[in-house]
Design a protein around this ligand. Sequence first.
Ligand code: NAP
Ligand code: ZN
Ligand code: ZN
Length: 350
Amino acid sequence: MKINALVAHDATQPLIADAITLRALQPHDVKIDILYCGVCHSDLHMARNEWAVSRYPLVPGHEIVGRVVATGAQVSRYKAGDIVGVGVMVDACRECHFCQQQEEQYCEAGFTATYNGIDKYTGDSTWGGYAQHTIVNEDFVVSVPGNLPLSGVAPLLCAGVTVWSPLRHFNVKAGDNVGVVGLGGLGHMAVKLASAMGAEVTLFTTSPEKGEDARRLGASNVVVSRDAAQMAAARTSLDVIIDCVSAPHDLNPYLATLKTNGRLVLVGIPESPHLAPDVTPMVFRRLSISGTSIGSIKETQDMLNFCGEHGITADVEVIAGECVENAFSRMLQGDVKYRFVIDIAATRWA
Ligand code: NAP
Ligand code: ZN
Ligand code: ZN
């Protein structure tokens, strides 16, 4: 089935509207009319081949919210009319240790990515959510709570779960002191989710003008990271830091803000590596550095349910698909409050 999508044809050309072919509906597949798709910084890294793994043509988009319009003969979880979400994964091996324990994001065979992956059925590329429709196996589809505005739900499917997963995995609880580095798509969700969990949140930002928003989103403290005095005042104050920065930077000043036994969790994936940090303070204060990759399907559903209960969505700027290149440039300048989301119905494909 041919559909309209926004397609990157190489690393240097803007995305253009073009036709792609979706696979035929398999017995366990649901067909989804896409309503909204968030614009993740990973989409920009991938469209521009910044991680050197992009294959073209490429259709970005892994923060998908839509309506089920058709189901394969053996689908049991969803029916036409359901509002559902699809995140970064659309399949995995289902057999390895990690798949068996519902951590498909660490599948030993590598999960099938929503875009730029290899479709198990066709052998062709998988196509992302900057498109009118998608077809996904029901096991990789999640239910969206009925009480949330859907444009603000879309970013939860990647940005939301990517920060939810480490907050949960590393047992952040009420009263903990949590740092968040970078107030972008991921960072603003980390501030919202950690504060809803009862943590006291400190935001580190390179953009002093974001301080007021950070407090409105739930941060108790705001530290301008380029101000050495403010960084010094935050020394040894935090249990866990979630670093959401998309560019390489010095990790040492953040290690200094951790309490003994503290942990710096990296979720940003910069184009080139961070400078290796100084290990000596890590040894003497038993510090850890971790990285984590998105979150499982179960974590995604848990996070959406939590957001439904707490009335949490992303702060979004809704755009038509033809404005995505402008959104990419503004994202690069840190000018996003705090996630661009494509309104698929408002997009002109001609
Ligand atoms: P984003 O919306 O562009 O936000 C990134 C933020 O980082 C900016 O708003 C800015 O915050 C800060 N920043 C940018 N350049 C900086 C620099 N040179 N120095 C210091 N701070 C800088 O990006 P995003 O969509 O949240 O994604 C963030 C990163 O996470 C990307 O690399 C993305 O690929 C990655 N990611 C990883 C996973 C995973 O599974 N681990 C999942 C999704 C995305 P301030 O203005 O507040 O400083
Ligand atoms: Zn993403
Ligand atoms: Zn597996």
